[in-house]
Design a protein around this ligand. Sequence first.
Ligand code: OOB
Length: 534
Amino acid sequence: MIEFTPWPKCFADLYRQRGYWAGRPLSAVSEQGAREHPDAVAILCGERSFTYKQFDQTASRLAARLAAAGLGQGDTALVQLPNVAEFYVVFMALMKIGVAPVNALYSHRQTELSAYADQIGPRLLIADRANSLFADESFHKQLIAKGTIQLSLMLNDGNSDRDLGSWLSDGPNLTCAFAPTPTDQVAFFQLSGGSTGTPKLIPRTHDDYDYSVRASNEICGVSAATRLLVALPAPHNFLMSSPGALGVFLAGGTVVLAPNPQPNICFALIARHGVTMAALVPAAVGLWVQLAEEQGPPASLAHLLVGGASFSETLARKVPTVLGCRLQQVFGMAEGLVNYTRLDDPDEVVFTTQGRPISPDDEVKIVDETGKPVPAGMPGQLAVRGPYTFRGYYRAPEQNCQAFDAEGFYYSGDLVMRTACGNLRVVGRLKDQINRGGEKIASEEIEHLLLRHPDTRQVALVGYADENLGEKSCAFVVAGREMRASELRRHLIGLGIADYKLPDRFRFVDRLPLTAVGKTDKRQLRITLQTATA
Ligand code: OOB
């Protein structure tokens, strides 16, 4: 079994008793679909479509072959796939045999993948030959040299014996029963947006995740008629479970895959497949609104979920008027808690708040720096515990001491306030993180990487406002000699990090301002940037 911090027994008992934790493994999602509506279309991906029966059978075939290769409960996998049907097939296969994956983002590179591999020690690697990271064998060999990987399967690997496609398509339809997975154990790891030097992993159990999906479906009105466009990265919690692809599979609807949220690509897919629902970050909503202003709204789209970053009221109001669909705001986190505005909320609530928690047993407190609740209507830090909010990052005791209080509340680092009608509004952030159009950058991670350059002395990464992305990043650097930004960009690219983490700007300075206690004064740096960009 994979170690993780479980919920204390009294909470686990309560969550079971209230029916949240239903003892259902996540593999039931595709199995139920295959039983109840075998011929309905589960996934549309390019020119390919998978019925529920095909989806589940393909997942079973892969599961059986992985089991025959010796993989099973307690093992972990590192998976990096683009937005393709295989992503869900692999996920379901792993759920069937109880192998817990980390689903890396497709934009992640050596630094992120190595960090995940070091943390979980995967026995299985599933990646894409078409990703430049795996175009040759060098990085693959580095991963293998870590000593845990026993099997690698590659998408787009031609005729090789480790081509994922042939593992999925060859061989008989196996209907073998797999040993039931204990549902109170880790199903997979979600990725944390992070605020520390190394990317952290979030263990999610079958019980807690299944509940968040089921409850999201009810709140968002997902049904067999729902056709959801998945245009943001498929592994992101928003697109997995809020209500995401898993919600749609559970309801017997159809997931339509898009390679990215570009409006011209997405509008064409919406028209072609009669997409009814989409989930976007605010930056993408801005682009969709622009295109809809020119050529009219995508006709079949009835429902847009928006979350992941701060959403302006002005843009929110354009969702019904310009995109011609109903808006639902989502404030969620991979660590657990998800808030939604409700479908019957008045416009004012939908346009100006980020909604309220999924569960009556989500305990949200809003506190000051000393941990005391702030008076109603005042901003404070968000702390939460509940039936689908995790109790600890994977193998990160120090971070867990900082992120949790003694009662098991998780501090998300968000500043929020509760409105008079009980909804949350996100008003700021305490964590040292930059939210670049919904993609999260832990400042410390990039600062550490910049400091690995022999000629950097001190570094601070801060965010600044950007009209399109909400925020961009600027690295302030004290260097030991004259330097150019391009040199540091090359240094970071050489280390291998996701593109979105590359600083948008570099500022070379003689010294960094300090606070009274001698820490880098990032507030001061942000002010410097604001005045420079004003
Ligand atoms: C979602 O998950 P993560 O883990 O990528 O990021 C969580 C963080 C939150 O702590 C908050 O800082 C920010 O992203 N955030 C928002 C927001 N939704 C998320 N900030 C302002 N307004 C919002 N509506 O981003 C995520 C997970 C599930 C569903 C939706 C989003």
